[in-house]
Design a protein around this ligand. Structure first.
Ligand SMILES: [Zn+2]
Length: 387
């Protein structure tokens, strides 16, 4: 008797949780449906749907808009995810800047800010303090309740949120970024690699783009692999360290301890070194003005990228390359050299040439991805999926 008494409510709880998740997903996938339409598509009764919808409204996740004039019959109130409900915060700590962004439940970015910050010159304690200040200011500005945070980091991140290896931020190695930021912000928080989060933002942004590698150029070069609509993290979450694939075994030394890595041929600092320029803005304007030395350096970088990408495509059969971060801004000059190497080296190129695209997301892709992950977790946790 005792067993029956405990098992039954637990089962009912599970079914209710599943139904809440089902209704929430339907509203997220097709905003604007009414309670009656939801009853039709889910096969649940009107009464059950109404109770579930009321629950979602009470939790601040769903809003019911004022009814429009229907073609016939009673006007129905459209249900949408609540723009004023709990929102996700994304923070990016990169080598030479900090960024933060807030995304609401509908996936819209509501506030975003980037500040220059040479984090190599800062102690991790000071860097994390700056990131906290930036995030706190943004939260105050946006005026939405923040329910979760995801932090993008330029390196390999452990399951417990420790930055294990960051060749371009050597002083930050072993820093427990998740624990420290969670304490200073007082919000639930996860961390991930910045290229992984940028790839997720790309996946959510471009309908129909389900199999691609996003190559993100900053001071470091990272890649996020998406296959069959899912981020490929590798067995221990360490996949995508594309900046450290080999271009030349006798090439220049790299921050990772090896030498001849892609980053030393196509990273932001290699490009500036080769052109003798001091900043990216000048690099872009010189290239646009047709400066021969700048365009030559970009062609060399494009060749190195093409060689490395051809290896990746021959190994994994990925049909699409998306250029992100700095590479999106330099796409015009990089793409011809990348294409030429892919045509020459990808075995299947004759009948299935890989596509090279330029990301429309700009420099804030990682922050958007981070905030988007936080939002997805809010929705999952709210209906008990994430627990
Ligand atoms: Zn390296």
């Amino acid at each position: 008797v005792t067993d029956g008494a405990t098992v039954l409510p637990a089962r009912q709880h599970t079914i209710r949780t599943q139904n809440l998740g089902l209704v929430l997903r339907q509203i997220a996938a097709t905003p604007g449906r009414s309670r009656a339409q939801l009853a039709q598509t889910t096969g649940l009764t009107r009464t059950t749907i109404s109770a579930l919808v009321d629950d979602l409204i009470d939790r601040g996740l769903v809003a019911e808009l004022t009814p429009g004039r229907g073609a016939r019959g009673r006007p129905a109130s459209p249900l949408v995810l609540n723009r004023s409900g709990p929102a996700g915060l994304g923070i990016e700590i990169n080598v030479d800047y900090l960024a933060a962004g807030v995304v609401d439940l509908t996936g819209a970015i509501r506030a975003h800010r980037t500040v220059v910050s040479d984090n190599r010159a800062l102690s991790p304690r000071l860097g994390l303090q700056r990131a906290t200040r930036l995030a706190t200011a943004l939260i105050a500005e946006v005026g939405l309740p923040i329910a979760g945070v995801t932090v993008a980091l330029p390196g390999l991140v452990d399951a417990d949120g420790t930055l294990r290896r960051a060749p371009n931020l050597p002083g930050w190695q072993g820093v427990r970024c998740a624990a420290q930021l969670q304490e200073s912000l007082g919000l639930p928080l996860t961390v991930d690699n910045e290229a992984n989060l940028a790839a997720l933002a790309q996946l959510w942004h471009d309908d129909g783009l389900t199999d691609f590698v996003l190559v993100s150029g900053e001071i470091g070069v990272g890649a996020g692999l998406v296959m069959d609509g899912r981020l490929f993290r590798g067995v221990r979450g360490m996949a995508g360290e594309f900046g450290h694939v080999l271009i030349h075994p006798d090439g220049p030394p790299c921050g990772c301890g090896a030498n001849g890595c892609l980053e030393q041929f196509a990273g932001q600092e290699a490009l500036l070194r080769r052109t003798g320029l001091l900043d990216v803005a000048t690099l872009v304007s010189r290239a646009a003005a047709g400066d021969g030395r700048t365009q030559g350096a970009l062609t060399e970088a494009g060749r190195a990228l093409g060689v490395a990408l051809a290896d990746l495509i021959n190994t994994l059969d990925i049909p699409t390359v998306v250029l992100g971060g700095l590479y999106a801004r330099l796409g015009e000059w990089l793409v011809p050299a990348i294409r030429a190497e892919l045509d020459r080296r990808v075995i299947s190129a004759d009948w299935a040439a890989p596509t090279v695209l330029i990301s429309a997301l700009g420099a804030d892709a990682a922050v958007r991805g981070a905030a988007g992950v936080a939002v997805a977790k809010i929705l999952d946790d709210a209906v008990g999926v994430g627990q």
